[in-house]
Design a protein around this ligand. Structure first.
Ligand code: CMC
Length: 429
């Protein structure tokens, strides 16, 4: 994949030649690994121009609005595959045969139950704890329960940890919800599909039979699929960086959950719904659009804009369609959807948003669907975390097989004090 070399000069001194790498698609990448030996580093806060790794999992063309998982377009996956197939594709690199799928589904299904001691672990949290706070703690705590999948140098251990994480995340997420509500935890049911099982653990009680609405189950599956992976975003990079030190997979995924929680990342779906509620009605939209455009106002339109997409987010297109289907099927007239549709229309025709290429992203519609199916706002980012776990773990698995795998250790541009003398406290003013 190397096709030529570039030269860098600094103060008329040549720093050497550097290979230019080309992937299957995307920008060319200059391999500057040896630059540091010449006493010079690159400076790139927020990784705007830096490829942190080589990966074969996901490709995004933000200008064209393309998202491929292992080469398969996201809209085709959302329409023709289910989430567990997408999990298989992300982990193993290609679509499974029927037999492979059945075996994978069977394995995941049989890992959905969590160690019974984990239920007592929940009791340590306040009932009003944010479910993401509980998830950060409980997922990290899995490393205290599954000692037989902690040896990161053992490929089998790594694979079992991946199965456990994908399988147990919905169970833990539903336990967070039940704990907050004071309802008993529901055990997973092995005859239900992945999304259906999650909804059952969320909404069923031991008192009566609960049937999951198939449209709702399908929408949940699509939401999981659309959030499954998104290449080197903040949380995935966090997982890779945490894992680069050899940390165990459960601890790494807990680190990813912490990173996802922020409102600029996975917390945006929660923030977006709160914003729609705050806007309240179509008449107030202009005021909020003006606030978003005002340089002196920190307000941003949540669910708009993306670091990579400078075109329509392809996930948002599918999510928009799913959103309309769910509301129609459930016969829900949600005024927030009117606000969302009008906001989308106004923002897409506004010069500020056009010029900055700010389009609705996946979080713009997912919140409305989740609200329609009865999931409280505080659980939105948890659901994102459930779905993204397979992406995180696929990257973690890939990293462990990379021949260049080594601890991540960025450099810095130090702009602090120069060396100075320290006086003991009694000599200071
Ligand atoms: N509303 C108003 N202005 C915006 C918005 C917005 N949502 N997003 C970006 N801008 C403006 C920003 O003020 C800046 O203007 P200027 O160039 O005049 O300073 C310009 O657009 C570029 O913004 P940026 O912050 O430099 O872009 P970024 O790539 O660093 O940030 C982002 C990307 C997603 C953090 C940002 O667009 C944002 O905060 N959006 C709202 C939060 C959101 O919806 N996040 C979910 C992302 S999708 C889910 C995921 O992948 O996690």
């Amino acid at each position: 994949m190397t096709n030529k070399l570039v030269n860098f000069n600094c103060n008329d001194e040549t720093l050497g030649e550097f290979p230019v790498l080309e992937g299957t698609y995307g920008y060319k990448v200059i391999d500057i690994q040896s630059l540091g030996k010449n006493g010079i580093y690159t400076y790139d806060p927020g990784f705007l121009s830096t490829a942190s790794c080589e990966s074969k999992i996901t490709y995004i063309d933000g200008n064209k609005g393309i998202l491929l998982h292992r080469g398969y377009p996201i809209d085709e996956l959302a329409k023709k595959a289910n989430y567990l197939e997408v999990c298989y594709i992300l982990i193993y690199g290609q679509a499974p045969s029927k037999e492979e799928y059945e075996s994978f589904k069977n394995t995941i299904t049989r890992h959905t139950m969590v160690h019974q001691q984990i239920a007592s672990f929940f009791q340590g949290f306040r009932r009003d704890a944010h479910p993401m706070a509980i998830m950060c703690g409980v997922v990290g705590a899995l490393s205290a329960f599954y000692h037989d999948s902690l040896d990161v140098s053992n490929e089998k251990h790594r694979e079992v940890a991946a199965f456990r994480l994908v399988a147990k995340m919905p169970t833990l997420a539903a336990m967070c919800f039940k704990y907050t509500n004071g309802q008993p935890f529901m055990f997973p049911q092995n005859d239900l599909g992945y999304a259906e099982n999650f909804l059952h653990m969320m909404f069923a009680t031991p008192c009566e039979k609960y049937e999951v609405n198939p449209t709702v189950a399908k929408a949940m599956d699509v939401i999981f699929t659309l959030h499954a992976d998104h290449e080197q975003n903040a949380s995935t990079t966090t997982v890779r960086l945490a894992g680069s030190s050899g940390a165990n997979p459960f601890a790494c995924i807990a680190a990813g959950i912490a990173s996802l929680w922020g409102p600029a990342h996975g917390g945006a779906n929660e923030a977006c719904l709160k914003m729609l509620e705050q806007i309240g009605s179509v008449e107030n939209i202009k005021e909020y659009v003006d606030k978003a455009k005002d340089k002196n106002d920190p307000f941003r339109l949540m669910g708009f804009g993306h670091r990579v997409y400078k075109n329509y987010d392809p996930r948002a297109t599918v999510m928009r369609e799913t959103c309309h289907n769910v509301l129609k099927e459930l016969n829900i007239k949600d005024p927030l959807l009117d606000v969302a549709m009008e906001l989308e229309k106004i923002a897409l025709s506004d010069e500020y948003f056009i010029e900055k290429k700010l389009y609705p992203n996946v979080d713009f519609y997912s919140g409305i669907i989740l609200k329609a199916i009865g999931i409280p706002t505080s659980m939105f980012t948890v659901i994102f975390a459930v779905a993204r776990t397979v992406g995180w773990i696929s990257h973690w698995l890939e990293m462990h097989k990379d021949p260049l795998f080594r601890i991540g250790r960025p450099r810095q541009l130090y702009t602090g004090e120069s060396k100075r003398d320290f006086s003991p406290i009694h000599e200071r003013e």
